[in-house]
Design a protein around this ligand. Sequence first.
Ligand code: FAD
Length: 377
Amino acid sequence: MHTAKKIIIGGGIGGAATAVALHRAGLDFRVYERSLQLREVGAGIALWANATHILKNLGLLDDAIQVGCLTTNYQFNSQRGKELVNIAVNSFELPVIGIHRAELHQLLWRNVPREKFILGETFERFERIGNQVCAYFKSGLSVTGDGLIGADGLRSRVRALLLGDQPPTYRNFKTWRGLTDYIPSRYRPGYVQEFLGRGQGFGFMMLGKEKMYWYAAACAPEAQPDAAIGRKKELEMMYQDWLPSIPELIAATEEANILTADLYDRAPIQLWSQQNITLLGDAAHPMLPTIGQGACTALEDAYVIAKCLQASDPITAFQHYESLRFGRTKAIVLQSLRSSKMGELTHPLAVGLRNTFMKVMSSPISNSFRSLHAYRA
Ligand SMILES: Cc1cc2nc3c(=O)[nH]c(=O)nc-3n(C[C@H](O)[C@H](O)[C@H](O)COP(=O)(O)OP(=O)(O)OC[C@H]3O[C@@H](n4cnc5c(N)ncnc54)[C@H](O)[C@@H]3O)c2cc1C
């Protein structure tokens, strides 16, 4: 076993999961995170079976079930609530869990010794010295290890230095996310429900502790500022004639609990490992959240990279890791992008055709999701 230190840049879900996986594998590492506190945004995610498989192997599944909510169905509807596709996601040997991001993040961190993560350190650059890699930080700190993993997210500094490629691509969607205690009277327990309109979408699901998490997306120019009337009022107007549960959820959410983000990805054409430096999660393969796999694939990456590092030196391990992960993540990045195209349609005729298409193709659509979730890293 190679016990020399691995340097992980970034302590988000990908970096934290890598820390747990390396710790379980008995490898030495440190995580360097620029924030002074380990925290996640107030939003939820669905951990599909491909991700709960990783939690199970890391010994965290029971704890995740405790703080999450079991999910049974993934349902797509028209904006007024006519069912188009209903996928039973509970037919695997593993559960699907709706979970608050902060709960998942804390669960990962709780299982790593405190001294393994160094907060308030912003990575600036690396240098290879023989078989070692040295990371330099804004504070003046420098650390040496035998491998470096960039888990520093969508705008990864490690990626920029390693690959020198273009910034991520804006995909014409702005999103809003909210959390509330309000449960709509027509909510179907265990369901992730999505609603597709004209250039707009909405979805909601239950997390642990009876919290409802909702998300909205609409076509918009990049970096569009909030409307003068505020986020909540803008959303209330945008969704006023949708299924009543939707405006009810918005009305029940505090303005301060509504987050916005623009959506980006990268065309999956670039390999991401070079010698003893590699990338993971959004740094490696950022994707649109349309099929909810960004954090799930970061968990898969973490588990695979630890297995590879357990078996060989970082240079061999990172090549192997990349060869195991590139095809899988490329397919998901592309599928996420295709899904966003369906949501971009605005002409009533095109929207009607899309809805009919989804209803007719319900079975192949369900099978495609099932095969995505059936993957076991
Ligand atoms: C609107 C929206 C909804 C989403 N919904 C889902 C969903 O339902 N399901 C799902 O699976 N995924 C979802 N995702 C995707 C998911 O959030 C990401 O794929 C996931 O968070 C990626 O984790 P990461 O650790 O790779 O990156 P991040 O979470 O971005 O973490 C990167 C970390 O690196 C740190 N960092 C950055 N630069 C430096 C530096 N120079 N030095 C030190 N530290 C640094 C950051 O502070 C951060 O902590 C969604 C994304 C969005 C935008």
